[in-house]
Design a protein around this ligand. Structure first.
Ligand SMILES: Cc1cc2nc3c(=O)[nH]c(=O)nc-3n(C[C@H](O)[C@H](O)[C@H](O)COP(=O)(O)O)c2cc1C
Length: 150
């Protein structure tokens, strides 16, 4: 079975998009069928009929998702596509100095609402500890691929 993996990103300053592009390259090299459109809409996402989803998003305000991702997440909450059992992963980019709001965008809660199953624990990339988030994400990305039934 070839897994149809879709990467979705949310960013303010571009770091999450860099990680997403890097993830797409890695997954393509690993032979997965990957789609990454930085500004994907709800309609475009649903039409892709993903088997697996990877959300890579930073956190802004006080624990909020970036503006570019909010319309998609609202539409997913409202329309709740039938995605029970779909494989999911989350990479959060944030800064631990925000305490309880560190990487608190709410994607894991969204997965719960949709029935998406996280195949491994969320990765949190702390901007106060890394200046190379795409490289730091690599071990997690490799494990993510390994945990998908390909
Ligand atoms: C105005 C502002 C608000 C932020 N709020 C949060 C927050 O609530 N929680 C968090 O973990 N990080 C927060 N951050 C840190 C960013 O998420 C972090 O720097 C991230 O790496 C930015 O990624 P991006 O370039 O993809 O936007 C904030 C940063 C700024 C500038």
């Amino acid at each position: 079975m070839t897994i149809n993996l879709v990467i979705v990103s949310g960013t303010v300053f571009g770091a999450a998009e860099d990680v997403a592009h890097h993830a797409a390259e890695l997954f393509t090299e690993a032979g997965l069928n990957v789609t990454y459109q930085p500004r994907i809409s709800y309609a475009e996402l649903v039409v892709l009929e993903p088997d697996a989803l990877l959300f890579i998003t930073s956190t802004t305000g006080m624990g909020e998702l970036p503006e570019n991702l909010q319309p998609l997440v609202s539409a997913l909450r409202e329309k709740t596509p039938q995605w029970h059992g779909l494989f999911g992963g989350v990479i959060g980019l944030g800064d631990a100095c925000y305490g309880d709001d560190f990487c608190a965008g709410g994607i894991r809660e969204l997965y719960e609402e949709l029935g998406v199953v996280e195949v491994q624990e969320m990765l949190r990339l702390d901007a106060s500890e890394t200046v190379t988030p795409e490289r730091d994400a690599e071990p997690w990305l490799i494990e993510f691929v390994a945990s998908l039934p390909v």
